[in-house]
Design a binder for this molecule. Sequence first.
Ligand code: 15L
Length: 270
Amino acid sequence: MARFNRILITGAAGALGKLARASLPPLTTHLRLSDREPLGDLANHEEGIIADVADADAMADLARDVDMIVHMGGQSIEGTWADVLNANIIGFYNVYEAARKAGVRRIVWASSNHAIGFYAREQVIDASVYPRPDSNYGVSKVFGEGIAQYYWDKFGLESVSIRIGSCFPEPRDRRMLATWLSPRDYQHLIERCLIAPRTAHTVIYGMSDNDMKLWDNRLATHIGFRPQDNAEAFRNKIEAATPEPEHDDIVFAAHGGGFAKAGHFDDKPS
Ligand code: 15L
């Protein structure tokens, strides 16, 4: 029997939303899907609602009768301050307020390694470190983790903030030999975040069982995340396709890679 009556996935038309859409059906009787973009054909167990996270009333409707939320919606890369503000600050707050008022038990959401993107490559960090965001986008993820902590401490709404590394079918460059999260490990991680008996507010790093590690999940063992894939299997292919980096190039020297190196997104090119 399914554990949950209804799970809501926001950002269900995006890559991570689609992966959750594919893997969650055994856990839930109803899957509510939401995005600004079309959701495609709906299966019998699916409900589809087109909505923008920046619309507080729409978020309130979405959260009704929901047990758990998998929040993958919002801005997923660096962008203008206006875009980040609407999607990841105002929109994120709307999702939490809607969940609090609807009595949702837990939100599992896509934070990002860009919340800590300015840590140096030779420093392996756990979830207790002070944030060092590398972008407008990274700052919005720090805001999100703050909201998640606040809503647990004050309102008892549980969260898992997943500092996702690089979730793609294969690692694409040398940095991703450390940051890669395989789609299969991502799906397993989402399931564990939902079924773990108690999470309070947990911060966990979303990475596969890569030989090269930047992050340590020792503070999140209660989630029971056991990744199976390892980016090392792609090393030869990646090294053949990409030049050796300069050792002090920030793309390689900081956890956040290109996000740490890029200038301010809102600056006009001179
Ligand atoms: C992220 O947060 C992005 O959503 C994703 O597109 C990648 O850029 C990833 O980080 C990464 O750091 O590789």
